[in-house]
Design a protein around this ligand. Structure first.
Ligand code: HEM
Length: 532
């Protein structure tokens, strides 16, 4: 009897799944929009890959990209929503830059009430995003980067020193993660974390909490599934991805630092201070925000143009952003969590490629050695190293830390020269890792070849997107590139980077969902250089 009921129930679920999905399957055809053909079986397979985490994020993105082969863009039947996937660089360019105002949002839920940590720059929408972006743009100007350089150099030295006391192979990701946490904590809060001590087992609540943001435990994965598939219900019952103790920790930390600065009158040169200043300015000037806006717009160096471009809507009132303590915490938190993992991923893949491509490593060491014959390592010297720049860009081409990007259409968009319409409410996917590894865009994409970037202007627009493009591009792009470069330079001055036999070959990616992790880790032997 029990078996019969279970079988009947199973059959009923499958029938419901079939009825629901087979109706969905015609969605794009009925809308007269190009689409990737999907069967119920394929959808079931896709769902299983997602729910049971059977493939790496890049492999999932590749399957999606390949399913629309021959199309410039196409509709796909999503697991719970239908999405439009862009393949052609020209349409990517239009969506991200030229016609940005139609696609200015990301489709992620922001729930300021239940999850105040979700009210950050990455998630906020429309004019609220624009106003905040505007306010935060000065964080990463050339002047600010120059002052941050010292911190980057000091944290890199700590890593080089740490390695010098080790005889064994080291796990690259953990090592570089301790560096990125160090620098971002310092830039964000002015906090000294010394995260490398954590590698040797020293306790650090800050490191623990920061790492927790990306750890996909089963509990968190369940919550993620709930939020993805049952967004409204999750909101109603207050399910959030960020765990309560992590939220509480960051809120308390930010509150304490603000209180301490108020009590002591001490001002710092960090990101949190910038936001505190914004808050104070808003409280003081309120309606006069426009004048401050003008000042921000005119007082910056030529190199910073990109940071401030396209941010002014000209609409009255759009630049006013009331900054609460929750916003301060949310935005500091997104810098730490988003910035440390991505930069550490870029560095890990840089070490992987350097250890596999000895000729590139030698050429890079030559460039570094020559640049430092008669001068100190400085912001200017690092920026003068052209081959270093090519190497870093090629790492980001082959292994973009963020595999895909999303946009949310905010008003109907008629794709020029066609009779296709992207409707308000449609979700857009830009599959970065596949676009950057498509032989049409980069011949022999599996070959690590920094020479592709000898003339960055020759790269076709819309094909190289590790930091996104247009007004919503990564606000910290130059800081991230600089951080990667400084650590690489410091490591290559002191060591030859060799792949350890401890690394599982061939390299495979874990089937983690959010992040890119090498299965078994990337183990590196740092061999001291014998410079003549
Ligand atoms: C190699 C390292 C990094 C990579 C590859 C990277 C990549 C990206 C990408 C692809 C986006 C989305 C762009 C788009 O949708 O057009 C983004 C946005 C963002 N990134 Fe990064 N990022 C890195 C480091 C950082 C760091 C270090 C921080 C902070 C300290 C940071 C903060 C942000 C923020 C706040 C946004 C949202 C910007 C907005 O919507 O206005 N990122 N990043």
């Amino acid at each position: 009897m029990y078996i019969l009921i279970t079988a009947l129930l199973g059959a009923l679920i499958l029938l419901l799944f079939y009825i629901k999905t087979s109706q969905k399957l015609h969605y794009w055809r009925d809308r007269n929009f190009p689409y990737a053909k999907t069967t119920v079986f394929q959808l079931l397979r896709k769902t299983s890959i997602f729910v049971f985490r059977l493939k790496s994020i890049d492999a999932v993105v590749k399957d999606m990209y390949d399913s629309g082969e021959g199309l410039k863009y196409f509709g796909q039947i999503g697991l719970h929503k239908n999405e439009i996937v862009l393949r052609d660089p020209d349409i990517v360019y239009k969506v991200m830059i030229k016609d940005f105002s139609y696609f200015m949002d990301r489709p992620f839920p922001v729930d300021e009430k239940n999850d105040p940590l979700s009210a950050h720059l990455f998630g906020l929408k429309g004019d609220r995003w624009r106003a905040l972006r505007y306010k935060l743009a000065p964080t990463f100007t050339t002047g600010k980067l120059r002052t941050m350089f010292k911190q980057l150099a000091e944290s890199s030295d700590a890593i080089v020193d740490y390695i010098s006391h080790k005889r064994e192979s080291l796990d690259a990701k953990q090592l570089v993660y301790s560096y990125t946490l160090d620098i971002i904590a310092s830039v964000a809060f002015g906090m000294k974390v010394d995260a490398h001590k954590y590698l040797d087992g020293e306790k650090s609540e800050f490191v623990d909490m920061s790492l927790r943001f990306f750890q996909m435990t089963n509990r968190r994965f369940f919550k993620f599934i709930m939020i993805t598939f049952f967004e409204r219900f999750s909101k109603a019952v207050g399910i959030t991805l960020t765990e309560d103790d992590v939220k509480a920790f960051f809120f308390a930390l930010v509150k304490d630092i603000i209180a301490h600065r108020k009590d002591t009158g001490r001002k710092s040169n960090d990101f949190l201070q910038l936001m505190i200043n914004i808050k104070e300015q808003d409280e003081k000037h309120g309606a006069k925000a426009g004048e401050i806006k003008k000042e921000i717009l005119t007082n910056h160096e030529e190199d910073d143009k990109e940071l401030f471009e396209n941010l002014d809507t000209g609409k009255k009132g759009t630049l006013h952003f009331e900054m609460t303590d929750a916003h301060l915490a949310a935005n500091t938190f997104i810098f730490i969590s988003g910035g440390s993992e991505t930069t550490a991923t870029a560095l890990t893949f840089a070490l992987l490629e350097l250890s596999c491509n000895t000729a590139v490593q030698l050429k890079l060491q030559d460039e570094i050695d020559s640049a430092l014959i008669d001068q100190e390592l400085s912001f200017a010297t690092v920026n003068s190293m052209t081959y270093l720049n090519q190497v870093v860009l090629e790492v980001l081409r082959k292994h973009p830390p963020i595999s895909l990007m999303n946009r949310h259409c905010v008003q109907d968009y008629h794709i020029p020269g066609t009779d296709h319409v992207i409707r308000k409410g449609d979700e857009i996917v830009i599959p970065t890792s596949s676009i950057q590894n498509d032989p049409e865009n980069f011949p022999d994409p599996e070959v690590f070849n920094p020479d592709r970037f000898q003339d960055p202007d020759s790269i076709r627009k819309g094909t190289f997107l590790p930091f996104g493009m247009g007004p919503r591009f990564c606000i910290a792009m130059r800081f991230a590139i600089l951080s990667v470069k400084v650590l690489l330079v410091k490591l290559l001055i002191a060591y030859n980077i060799k792949m350890s036999s401890k690394t599982k070959m061939p390299i495979r990616m874990k089937t983690e969902f959010f992040t890119k992790q090498i299965d078994g880790g990337l183990w590196i032997d740092f061999e001291p250089r014998n410079k003549i």
